[in-house]
Write a protein that binds this ligand. Structure first.
Ligand SMILES: *Cc1c(COP(=O)(O)O)cnc(C)c1O
Length: 229
């Protein structure tokens, strides 16, 4: 078996072990394979092993990859920072956007979502690590933004996403994930029904699953170290 497929199996094993440790069913946690910087051939290989959901950060790179993989039934997730002049191709080509951090972006995505497609699934990105992270809306603003986004016609608000700052102390690693889960519970207490906590990456997926992650976004542990671009 190739390195990538070995890696994929190892990630599945980590997810299963974390679910067991957390007393959760495996089926509660979806794997998003983050394929940014990796060529379409690598995506095809992972798709051949049954992986369907792939995450991308850069619009042009993602569109080129999608074109080369159009024969496969894949679900594309946009997880990178999104500028307002790039919303149209995202609205037209992706199934999910995890990185909504302001209303204007959501409004444009809703207006630009083609009507023949199902509503675009979206998550609000929350900055749970304070000043150490530049992306995401402040936790205090998340509930208001969630209600505004939930009212847009061509989006389906699914939940919250976070990219906590890397944490050297493993006893503290769960804290930002707990914060995001509490925020989701709080927002659901105000009448919304969000079902997605998009949190956990290659180095911290166990901590995220312990705190209720329903979708982990894993790149390096599957595809290998990225060359800086
Ligand atoms: C790159 C990226 C990931 C994957 O990170 P790895 O450490 O390679 O697993 C997850 N989420 C976001 C938003 C990313 O940009």
């Amino acid at each position: 078996m190739t390195t990538i497929l070995n890696n994929l199996q190892a990630v599945h094993a980590r997810i299963r072990a974390a679910c067991r440790a957390a007393g959760r069913a495996d089926a509660e946690v979806r794997l998003l394979a983050v394929s940014k910087t990796w060529p379409a051939a690598c995506v095809r290989e992972v798709a051949g092993a049954g992986q369907r959901a792939f995450g991308e950060n850069y619009v042009q790179e993602a569109l080129a990859k999608m074109a080369g993989l159009a024969d496969l039934d894949l679900e594309w997730h946009f997880i990178g920072p999104l500028q307002s002049n790039k919303t149209r191709p995202v609205a037209e080509n992706f199934a999910w956007v995890h990185s909504i951090d302001r209303f204007k972006i959501a409004e444009r995505l809703s207006a630009q979502r083609p009507l023949h497609l199902p509503p675009l699934n979206v998550c609000i990105e929350v900055n749970v690590s304070g000043e150490s992270s530049k992306s995401g809306c402040p936790p205090e603003a998340a509930a208001g933004l969630a209600h505004a986004v939930a009212a847009l016609p061509n989006l389906r608000l699914r939940g919250l996403m976070a990219i906590p700052a890397p944490c050297a102390d493993p006893t503290l690693a769960r804290r930002p994930f707990a914060r995001l889960r509490e925020l989701l519970e709080q927002i659901n207490g105000t009448g919304l029904r969000l079902d997605t906590l998009s949190m956990g990456m290659s180095h911290d997926l166990e901590a995220a699953i312990m705190e209720g992650a329903t979708l982990v976004r894993v790149g390096t542990a599957i595809f290998g170290e990225r060359i800086a671009i």
